[in-house]
Design a protein around this ligand. Sequence first.
Ligand code: AMP
Length: 160
Amino acid sequence: MANGGRARPEDRRVKGYERILVAVDFECCAELICHRAAELAARYGAHVILLHVVEPMVMDSAYDMLPVISPALDEELVARARAQLGRLAEHSGLAHQAQMVVTGATKAEILRTAAELPADLLVVGSHWRHGIGRLLGSTASGVVQGASCDVLTVHLGDAS
Ligand code: AMP
């Protein structure tokens, strides 16, 4: 093969999505993201996995100035996140689909979960940002840069 055995873009067949990972926080627009994902899942006959990441709140006791928060608090946050994700799934018509709550850094956990499943489409919300918010980036831009599958960013309006 002239190109050293690699598939050429023109050789790749267009195929539908099979596993759609939908990353949600519990902000007001989470249902809109779920509805977009539900539409696509219906169109392609795909499975949906709803994902929420809980950022751990346990602080290192080396920082004397900060209170050390019990790991039990993280467990409580995970339990609450599970309940909230269940409600969101129900309101979005996705109650029969898989739900995951994991702990860690949001962008890294979204990317890790997408790679592990593996997902062939990742759906996240995206706000238009100004100033420092734009410089610092967002979950959506980090995910777009790091993902090895297609990413749909659902526009959620202005974050200013
Ligand atoms: P943000 O960058 O915080 O405006 O978030 C943009 C999008 O990233 C959200 O609409 C979600 O799709 C996703 N996202 C943010 N935080 C989380 C989280 N804790 N767990 C899962 N997805 C999240």
